[in-house]
Design a protein around this ligand. Sequence first.
Ligand SMILES: Nc1ncnc2c1ncn2[C@@H]1O[C@H](COS(=O)(=O)NC(=O)[C@@H](N)CO)[C@@H](O)[C@H]1O
Length: 143
Amino acid sequence: MRMLLIHSDYIEYEVKDKAIKNPEPISEEEKKGRMDEVLVAFISVEKVDEKNPDEVVEKAINEIIEVAKQVKAENLFVYPFAHLSSELAKPSVAQEVLRRIYEGLKERGYNVGKAPFGYYKAFRISCKGHPLAELSRTIVPEE
Ligand SMILES: Nc1ncnc2c1ncn2[C@@H]1O[C@H](COS(=O)(=O)NC(=O)[C@@H](N)CO)[C@@H](O)[C@H]1O
């Protein structure tokens, strides 16, 4: 799994079109979204993650929370992003892994937003620009 973590003044997105055959079903209000004062996690789920999804979900949650504490972000945003890797997991696995990361962060008491899975989306983000505002993480299951 590859993650790009951006501490932002805001993130906003707008769904444009389906990018895969069976994207995540969404309501009308989920077609647009915005979150302010937020740590955004752009996440590419990789083929290697299919070996142990439970482990990568747990590691991703812990990594995101560790950075959230460092930058003092209370709002989190999970953004499915298929462009951080050339070895992507299949959509069905990726969607479930991302859903579990989202649910796991909420269970740990954070205010969490997410962008819909499987759509082309326009988005705007305002990176805060401080030294920890742009971080990346690579997560792999143990052999
Ligand atoms: N492995 C993945 N990790 C994260 N998001 C994914 C993954 N696979 C699919 N998605 C979701 O599905 C959308 C499209 O994924 S994609 O890999 O770019 N596929 C396409 O664009 C297809 N049109 C051609 O393959 C992504 O924007 C993302 O929302």
